[in-house]
Ligand binder design. Structure first.
Ligand SMILES: [Zn+2]
Length: 315
């Protein structure tokens, strides 16, 4: 048993995972997560600022993913190392996506509580160790502050109204209305399909006549993003686009490295990814795609037909 690498709150088994380059933790505060050996040594480094200043934000991110039932990411020490880890996400990316506005955090908390409620009116037990559930960026005092905001807005109710912990919390009727509103808003924005592929000139017609046509014919809005060879250029904007889209079409022809990263990132967010690759490039793929639902295509028309069929079947 060793302390949770992120929150230190609990002693949990530290299990070697994968080929031995990562560890798996299952923490009552943060939930289940994976972390590379290098990221772990960075955290254990004396006076590490990631741990000192941002551990609560990382715990909040991990807790949220666990509540949503999303594929766990593997935490890496920096964005460079995420290139080599299919589901890698760096400390900086996790910290960057922590909502800056209190109102955005309150929205996530409401959705978290809705997910955890077995039925309307269900009380959920909370203690001082549940600060990640409330997107508290520091500690228990912030958790109380967030709780107070939600109570003042009549979105939640506490069993013991004294606002002390441990306690029990449930969504109030206004909170459930808010859940419906947030879900509807999410669906409206969710008509975009993110395309990630090489910009090689020989793929222009495959892009236009195959991928874009199939996406548009199925009523979605294609967003093209050029594959970037340098991971440093994967901007916040791209990450935000992937986060907002409904699903991703990733074409691996020419085997551009950035596509692995972006497809992995999308999968980590729980977005479906349709993997495609021109037949003559399948042998160059970095990993065995048989475990994924990939499309091997020969011509633009072939790509269109297969993609169209997959979309009709899946979405
Ligand atoms: Zn933890």
């Amino acid at each position: 048993m060793s302390p949770c690498a992120i929150c230190d709150n609990s002693s949990v088994p530290q299990q070697i995972w994968g080929n031995g380059a990562s560890f798996r933790y299952s923490c009552p505060t943060c939930g289940e997560y994976f972390i590379t050996l290098q990221a772990l040594s960075l955290l254990n480094f004396h006076d590490n600022t990631v741990k000192k200043e941002h551990s609560a934000k990382i715990s909040a991110y991990l807790k949220n993913r666990n509540i949503l039932g999303l594929t766990p990411h593997i935490i890496c020490q920096d964005s460079l190392s995420t290139q080599t880890v299919l589901f890698g996400i760096s400390f900086d990316e996790i910290i960057d996506q922590f909502p800056k506005l209190i109102s955005d955090r309150l929205d996530i908390v409401i959705l978290n509580l809705a997910k955890l409620s077995a039925y309307s009116g269900d009380f959920i037990k909370i203690s001082t160790n549940d600060y990640p559930l409330f997107y508290a960026e520091k500690n228990n005092a912030t958790q109380i502050y967030i709780l107070k905001q939600l109570i003042d807005e009549k979105l939640i109710e506490l069993k013991n109204s004294a606002l002390t912990l441990p306690n029990e919390v449930r969504l109030a009727p206004k909170g459930w209305n808010k859940v419906v509103e947030l879900e509807q808003r999410g669906q409206k924005d969710n008509n975009k399909v993110f395309i990630v592929m090489s910009f090689d000139p020989s793929l222009v017609t495959a892009y236009e006549q195959g991928i874009v046509k199939a996406i548009s014919d199925n009523g979605y809005d294609p967003i093209r993003v050029e594959c970037e060879r340098h991971i440093d250029e994967v901007s916040d904007r791209r990450i935000a686009d992937i986060r907002k889209c409904k699903y991703v079409v990733a074409d691996f022809t020419f085997n551009c490295g950035g596509i692995y990263y972006e497809a992995g990132f999308a999968m980590g967010l729980g977005k479906p990814v349709i993997w495609t690759c021109r037949e003559d490039h399948i042998k160059d793929l970095h990993f065995d795609t048989r475990q994924y639902n990939h499309i091997s295509w020969k011509t633009d028309q072939d790509l269109y037909t297969k993609l169209d069929a997959r979309m009709k079947a899946v979405f």
